[in-house]
Design a protein around this ligand. Structure first.
Ligand SMILES: [Zn+2]
Length: 424
């Protein structure tokens, strides 16, 4: 049905590879937010050259923004022939630091065996490239569509998205009537539509103690031992209880189809940033950050109450046990209706392009959909894009070229279906 359009996209295989490599070449490492403006401007110039109206929006005054590290977002819009819906593709341009273990330069965009390698290849510069190619193919094919198409390249998704999608959403960029359907090309695999994510609560817990000489610990009160007692209760009571909390949300991978808790960090006693010998001290403070992921079936108040209950029980059982608990970050789960227009359009595209039914999935971690739903009040939002989620943030991250081409086809037919209805 879309043979000509598909051929056109296949002919652009080299172009999607080149664009992905160029995007990977901007080391947009977050933190601290390196090179955002040049990458946003590169994307903006490209779309401007294809007739899009392009604007840059720096999130001045938002956490992370500075003269050295400006949080520059780009929004590009192409108006169709008259009033109609707007389909928006949003991709984050930031990547996590490369880390160790690479067998190649993480920012060279090496091409090997049908794959493009590099930090951000799958998460999510390959997805951005696929979306751009899909829309360019629609324009070149001369489809006479109503409404508008938009592409945004936004910052800081990896650190919460406050200066990126949240900032733009606050200015109305992710609300009706400007936008109707949002597709975020995160790497969830070419045959899956991601309809939402689990909730998240990060908290910092500090146990208190009293300083004394390390040779006479009985004169002080060790904050690390108090934290140890708390950790022991997490192991013995909380983790098994969380494993029992199963969800109807189709979370992938399967292991995340339950509540989870990670200990993100723990620090107690003297700082370690010195070379000499440590001093014998009983630590008076120990801090731990927990990362609790919860389900649509759970009440966030209850999620917190379970942790507080353990801490309060320890307060009754352990002499001297005192703690502080501080919320660091929290987002509720989101779940788009499995029959929402954008879900149906992309699922139909997957069936047409790949010849197999689309799987509807939920992401274990949050992504920018939370801001679109929470601030923009727009529920017709999903993630769909090329790449394997498990590879995100790993060394030797890659995206398969065939997957980019296939997903670009899916994005193109889904866009046409949303803009033109049955006429597409
Ligand atoms: Zn991502």
């Amino acid at each position: 049905m879309h043979d000509e359009l598909f051929r056109r996209i296949e002919d652009k295989t080299d172009e999607v590879v080149a664009l992905t490599r160029e995007l990977i070449g901007f080391p947009t490492i977050n933190p601290p937010g390196e090179g955002y403006a040049p990458c946003a401007e590169f994307l903006g110039r490209r779309l401007e050259g294809r007739g899009f109206e392009v604007a840059y929006h720096r999130a001045e005054g938002v956490v992370g923004d500075s003269a050295r590290y400006p949080r520059t977002n780009v929004v590009a819009r192409f108006e169709g022939r008259g009033p109609g819906p707007c389909v928006h593709f949003n991709g984050h341009i930031d990547v996590v630091p490369p880390g160790r273990g690479w067998s190649m330069d993480p920012f060279a965009g090496e091409v090997r065996d049908g794959k493009v390698y590099g930090r951000g290849a799958c998460d999510m510069k390959g997805g951005i490239a696929a979306a751009v190619i899909a829309l360019e193919a629609i324009l070149e094919a001369g489809f006479d569509f109503p409404g508008a198409i938009e592409v945004s390249g936004t910052v800081d998704e990896e650190s919460g998205g406050f200066a990126g999608v949240a900032y733009l959403a606050e200015q109305g960029f992710f609300s009706r009537p400007r936008v109707d359907h949002v597709i975020i090309p995160e790497p969830l695999n070419v045959d899956r539509v991601c309809i939402g994510h689990r909730g998240v609560w990060w908290a910092e817990i500090e146990t208190k103690g009293r300083v004394a000489h390390g040779s006479m610990p009985f004169l002080g009160d060790c904050a690390v031992r108090h934290m140890g007692a708390f950790l022991e209760r997490i192991e013995r009571e909380l983790l098994p209880a969380l494993a029992q909390k199963r969800t109807k949300m189709p979370v992938v991978p399967e292991g995340a189809r339950q509540s989870t808790l990670n200990v993100n960090s723990i620090h107690g006693g003297l700082a370690e940033d010195f070379d000499g010998l440590p001093a014998p001290m009983v630590p008076d403070s120990c801090r731990m950050v927990i990362d609790r992921r919860y389900l649509i079936e759970e009440d966030p108040k209850e999620v917190k109450a379970e942790v507080v209950a353990i801490l309060d029980a320890l307060g009754r059982e352990r002499p001297g046990f005192a703690y502080d608990l501080r919320d660091v970050l929290e987002f509720a789960p989101t779940l788009t209706d499995a029959d929402a227009p954008v879900v149906r359009a992309v699922a139909a595209g997957i069936e047409e392009v790949l010849g197999r039914p689309a799987e509807r999935v939920v992401s274990p971690g949050t992504y920018d959909q939370k801001h679109v739903v929470r601030i923009g009040k727009l529920k017709d939002c999903i993630a769909y894009g090329p790449g394997i989620l498990d590879l995100a943030h790993q060394p030797d991250e890659y995206v398969a070229i065939d997957d980019m081409v296939a997903s670009a086809k899916v994005m193109a037919v889904a866009t046409l279906a949303l803009l033109m209805g049955a006429a597409a």
